[in-house]
Design a binder for this molecule. Structure first.
Ligand SMILES: *[C@@H]1O[C@H](CO)[C@@H](O)[C@H](O)[C@H]1NC(C)=O
Ligand SMILES: *[C@@H]1O[C@H](CO)[C@@H](O)[C@H](O)[C@H]1NC(C)=O
Length: 385
């Protein structure tokens, strides 16, 4: 496809020219179209002295000059060190201008590094607008397998059988992994899947419209195949998920958002607005006094009552008073008196040492002292008499 923006593998000829400066390549991506650049081993690994063997493992690191990472629109992918790396993406209008990408290649055998500059001059697309855009999920491929120009143009040619005449162009290619897809199980034939977005100046075919119709979506939701009224020309080579086709029609310009205008900050006069009548003056003094004085008064009364109970109603009435505190006091007094009485009674007789302290067995003499019988064994009441 002639219009496919495909920048062929470049040879870093400047490197071969023998300068010590890092080789530099200028490329011209176009806004809104897929840009693919293959990072091949050759420009990095052919120092003139010794030609690199073909199967040297090489990895790459690419970043925007002066920044740690790539610009937002550009992605890097490489399947393995034995495969080429790809820089790909679709620039947005904000990316217009010049971007310099530094690519460093690491030779995994010799640990050599080589530096390379890519100067991207991003411009606007030429030719007709492509308002009819369709995105397909190709389940039979990984992203690296459709980035090279051959499979990409083969996809477009095959899609031409579904989409009526008109030039088709690749707008965007995204790995399904970047869109929430899962890494497949390592089973033969399972692929990550890739989203391919195609644009055209001519309207969608009825076949495509039908695939993306609500009826089809309803069938997909029930696990049935969607309505495909035409022959799937992509079928043998590309397995497209016909449930995930999305069509965007940009031929009808979206109504421009109305820019809000700033007023002078004063509302216009509204004949139906009726402001509330003026409020009459009210005196809040009585309310305030009642609110404050009533609780104060109650508190004062309670204090007085408590003080009276605590101070004046205690003396001389221990036996008769039923107030709780007084009952407790009474208890306390009786216990105290009884203890005193017992102590006096104990003091009036000879109290032997506690038996537990008596030496029942003399260790030195081996003599056993029989426990003494003492008056403490006599019941207390008898002893009193
Ligand atoms: C291309 O696809 C990626 C991933 O879906 C998206 O982030 C990006 O905005 C797309 N670019 C354009 C120009 O639509
Ligand atoms: C693909 O289609 C299925 C069925 O309609 C839907 O559930 C799923 O969300 C779609 N996936 C994406 C990434 O759009």
């Amino acid at each position: 496809m002639a219009a496919l923006i495909w920048i062929p593998l470049l040879a870093g000829l400047l490197a071969g020219a023998g300068g010590t400066e890092a080789p530099q390549t200028t490329l011209q991506p176009v806004v809104g179209r897929i840009f693919v650049h293959t990072l091949n081993h050759d420009p990095f690994l052919h120092p003139p002295e010794h030609a690199a063997p073909p199967a040297v493992p090489v990895t790459y690191h690419a970043h925007l000059q002066g920044h740690p990472d790539l610009p937002r629109w550009l992605r890097y992918t490489q399947r393995s060190p034995h495969h080429p790396g790809f820089l790909y993406g679709s620039p947005t209008p904000e990316d217009r201008g010049r971007q310099v990408i530094e690519v460093i290649a690491y030779n995994r055998d010799s640990f050599d590094t080589t530096q390379h500059w890519l100067v991207l001059v991003i411009g606007d697309p030429e030719g007709p607008l492509l308002p009819y855009q369709a995105e397909f999920l190709v389940r039979s491929h990984d992203v690296e397998e459709v980035l090279p120009s051959t499979p990409a143009s083969r996809f477009l040619t095959a899609l031409g059988g579904l989409w009526e005449s008109g030039e088709l162009q690749l707008l965007n290619i995204t790995s399904a992994l970047d869109r929430g897809g899962r890494v497949p199980l390592p089973i033969e034939g399972r692929k990550e899947g890739v989203y391919i977005k195609v644009g055209s100046a001519s309207p969608f075919s009825t076949c495509l419209k039908m695939v993306a119709s609500p009826d089809s979506h309803a069938r997909c939701a029930q696990g049935q195949p969607p309505l495909l009224s035409c022959y799937d020309t992509l079928a043998p080579h590309f397995r497209v998920d016909w449930c995930n086709v999305s069509l965007v029609d940009k031929s009808v310009p979206e109504p421009a958002d109305e820019v809000p205008t700033r007023g002078d900050g004063v509302l216009e006069r509204d004949p139906f607005f009726c402001p509330p009548t003026e409020a009459t003056a009210r005196d809040f003094l009585t309310d305030a006094l009642v609110t404050l004085l009533v609780p104060l008064l109650v508190a004062l009364l309670l204090t007085l009552l408590l003080a009276y109970i605590m101070c004046c109603r205690r003396e001389g009435r221990l036996k008769r008073d039923l107030a709780t505190s007084d009952i407790q006091m009474l208890h306390h007094c009786t216990i105290h008196e009884n203890t005193e009485e017992l102590r006096q009674m104990a003091a009036s007789r000879e109290v032997p040492r506690p038996r537990s302290t008596l030496p029942m067995f003399n260790v030195r003499t081996g003599q056993q002292v029989p426990p003494q019988v003492d008056s403490a064994q006599v019941p207390l009441i008898l002893d009193q008499h």
